[in-house]
Design a protein around this ligand. Sequence first.
Ligand SMILES: Cc1cc2nc3c(=O)[nH]c(=O)nc-3n(C[C@H](O)[C@H](O)[C@H](O)COP(=O)(O)OP(=O)(O)OC[C@H]3O[C@@H](n4cnc5c(N)ncnc54)[C@H](O)[C@@H]3O)c2cc1C
Length: 485
Amino acid sequence: VKEEINIVWLKRDFRLSAHDAFYHAIESHLPFAIVCFFEPSIINDKHHSARHWQYIFHSVLEMNEKLSQKQLSPVLCYYGEVKDFFEDLGKNYVVKTVFSHLEIGVQTTFNRDLEIKKFFKENKILWKEFKQNAVKRGLRNRKNWLPFYHEFINQPILNPEWEKAKNIYLPAFDNLKKSDFYKNILDTKYCFQKAGEDAAQEYLDSFFEKRHKNYLQNISRPFESVNTCSRLSAHIAWGNISVKQIFQVYKKAYLENQINKKQINAFMERVRWRCHFIQKFESEIIIEKQCFNQAFSNLKRNRDKTVFDAWSNGKTGFPLVDACMIALKETGYLNFRMRAMVASFYINILWQDWKWAAMYLSSVFLDFEPGIHYPQIHMQAGNTGIHTLRIYNPYKQSYEKDTEAKFILKWLPQLSKLPIELIHEPHKLTAMEEMMYDFRLGINYPKPIVDFENQLKFAKKEIAIILHSKQCQQEANRIKNQHVN
Ligand SMILES: Cc1cc2nc3c(=O)[nH]c(=O)nc-3n(C[C@H](O)[C@H](O)[C@H](O)COP(=O)(O)OP(=O)(O)OC[C@H]3O[C@@H](n4cnc5c(N)ncnc54)[C@H](O)[C@@H]3O)c2cc1C
């Protein structure tokens, strides 16, 4: 007789506390195994890169340490497809229930979920999915979304009662370390934010205790925001902490009057936007492949590999853009304004395909969250027809947000020979100054890849033609009806 077991399938919820799937698995009273999948089909999806798998793996290592302290079995790291795992498992066990959170992912993970749903149904396996964000499947409009959000965020947290847990270890399935892929996980060339539940808690505590005090003043400053923004994005995206946990801390701090309310409210507003955007993506996952407003598909932007390489490697000759792109590669983080600027610069000023920007940025953002990423890419591209289009001027941003060029110099130290105005605008160097500072534009630092003002005029003209079309208006109305609260 085959043993009956349950499975907890970890997706983007790498934590042991405040975890609905664990809570219910423990309550079910059957032994359960915890599995983290490293699926070749998802690994090959270009949205992801080694930094994401490293982050997940390090989160699992921390979970295993905590599980071992509780004398419980570790998480299995399975390299292979989910369906193959369950087919093999079924040879020796009867899987009764799979517990996971409800993932709102890219098309590849959505397709995998559909395939697995069918497989589970055929094999009489119950799949219980729990909401991690205030997002409803198949929502047709936003009429009742805000009350739903408030109800969700106020729900009590379910903390698993680990002392009652009976989890099992299936060594035959713990095969990640034997796979060739494992070496990608070990490669830690860059210094990324530390993964895991403890690190998330530390960031949350330090933000609420102190770091939030200049949140709004610095939110768009690339140098300062690294410390004064919460830096919780990667932790939330991979589920080291949940939005409900953040809300509980907020409620307590608010009541105890321990915080600067204006600053923390602005932060909490963004935590709500997070759910708002993920809901948008859930209702229109097609925006991974096509423009939000279909009229903008008529814009023919280029796909130039040389331009892409210059942008992604920080070699456009626009110092703030280049510093951002190098910082991203090395740290996986940029604040909101800088993300908006590099995306709109690539799509509108360099006049390149938004899909290439979306794909590259998702692979380098440590906090890649499809539901925020795609709506934002379309907003910054101007592909919605319902938002005022802002095409950021990188020189203006540089003077305003990195006045002393601290951020630029951190990532482009070769500019340090120049006086401050020339660090912001090295293309203004005269031949005489080049000699004086022993600095050659085009050798020590690239000449601007395009003329900003000319490109701006061109982009505005092209976008205006679409904006005034009948198709664009019709699409804008459809978007408003479906997505605006
Ligand atoms: C083109 C583009 C792509 C983006 N892609 C992502 C992404 O893949 N993953 C991601 O987490 N954020 C993304 N953002 C939103 C935002 O830039 C980051 O969430 C933020 O910079 C993360 O830093 P933080 O945690 O210190 O933010 P904080 O300012 O401390 O904000 C707290 C949390 O609120 C949420 N949040 C913040 N800003 C927004 C926003 N504008 N919309 C929705 N939620 C928000 C995030 O979960 C964030 O962790 C993108 C923005 C742009 C312009």
